[in-house]
Design a protein around this ligand. Structure first.
Ligand code: FVH
Length: 292
């Protein structure tokens, strides 16, 4: 006997909500959608989604309600007058925000009898539905487990813990990592590009280098947790000397050097704090909030 995939509601059919609802439809879920501008949901209706006339009707249609709108103001505005209908349902909020906003939302929606899970989609709309991409969740494990099958339709579901703020906190941390990495890659691309190397030639080499960088992260994570940075591979003093070569090469070719200048000054602050002979992991000491 094959089981019928459970019904799911998606509130918000912008670029991301459309991808989420589409992934659910692809897995055979009866999918109800609502969007402030109903016309934008029409392509989903043509794929088999049910269009609800109001947020309340959409919520009533499914035990699992997923929201993905612009921001928390949009979320509260959309749910105004319908929040009580969430009682007894799992409410998964994939709208981006802060950990503080997620915790406040938990207090608000739990007060109306909903199981509130906060989430962060670690991809853009074309990646939704791939097992390769993570969708981060935090909030009650029981609700996560109960709806795991439907959440799997969106990407690989990763539960971070009971605190609803964790998904947003990880999201911000991971986006910071992404922006730093991509800007570093673009700076390197501009550097080699100044002498005629196309991005498509540089990038496979850069990606291979990132695999080595991954191994540095694994090595340094335990040093960060222990608060000890033996400097038995490359010291911050050595890295400060090396970044001088990047600054010189980029300046010679007329590139913007704001990123490496920032990195150098951060390493120099670590050296001034007594970490010149530490491994690069010692930089964490000047990034953390000072303990009073
Ligand atoms: N797109 C992405 O790659 C990222 C990936 C990571 C997560 N984000 C977050 O997802 C949220 C939605 O982003 P989006 O890309 O879907 O954004 P839009 O295509 O602009 O759609 C916005 C939807 O929000 C609705 N909306 C806006 N204001 C209101 C309101 N006051 N009341 C009700 N709904 C509202 C909008 O409706 P409409 O304009 O079509 O009527 C769309 O459904 C976001 O948090 C990202 O950070 C996406």
């Amino acid at each position: 006997m094959t089981s019928v995939p459970p019904s799911v509601t998606v509130l918000g059919t912008g670029a991301m909500g459309t991808a989420l609802a589409g992934a659910l439809l692809d897995r055979g879920h009866r999918t109800t959608v609502w969007n402030r501008t109903a016309a934008k949901a029409q392509p989903l209706v043509e794929r088999g989604a049910l269009l609800a006339p109001t947020p309340g009707a959409a919520i009533a249609a499914s035990p699992l309600v997923i929201a993905c709108v612009l921001d928390y103001d949009a979320l509260y505005s959309a749910l105004d007058g319908s929040t009580d209908l969430l009682a007894g349902r799992a409410f998964v909020n994939l709208t981006s925000g802060s950990a503080e906003q997620a915790r406040a939302a938990r207090d608000r929606f739990d007060g109306h009898g909903a199981d509130y899970l906060d989430g962060a989609i670690m991809t853009t709309p074309p990646g939704v539905g791939s097992r390769e991409v993570m969708v981060l969740y935090s909030g009650p494990r029981t609700a996560f487990d109960a709806h795991h099958a439907a959440l799997e339709a969106l990407g690989d579901p990763v539960h971070l813990g009971e605190d609803p703020g964790l998904a947003a906190l990880y999201d911000s941390a991971l986006l910071g990592l992404m922006w730093s990495t991509m800007t570093g890659w673009l700076h390197g691309t501009a550097l080699v590009g100044a002498e005629g190397t196309p991005a498509t030639a540089f990038t496979p080499v850069a990606i291979r280098w990132l695999a080595t960088v991954n191994s540095f992260l694994t090595r340094y994570a335990s040093q960060v947790d222990a608060g000890r940075y033996p400097g038995d591979d490359a010291t911050i003093d050595v890295q400060i000397a090396a970044i001088g070569h990047l600054l010189h090469a980029a300046a010679e070719r007329g590139l913007d050097n704001a990123l490496p200048e920032l990195l150098k000054s951060t390493m120099e602050r670590a050296r001034a704090a007594g970490h010149g002979s530490s491994s690069f992991a010692g930089v964490i000491e000047v990034l953390r909030a000072e303990v009073a």
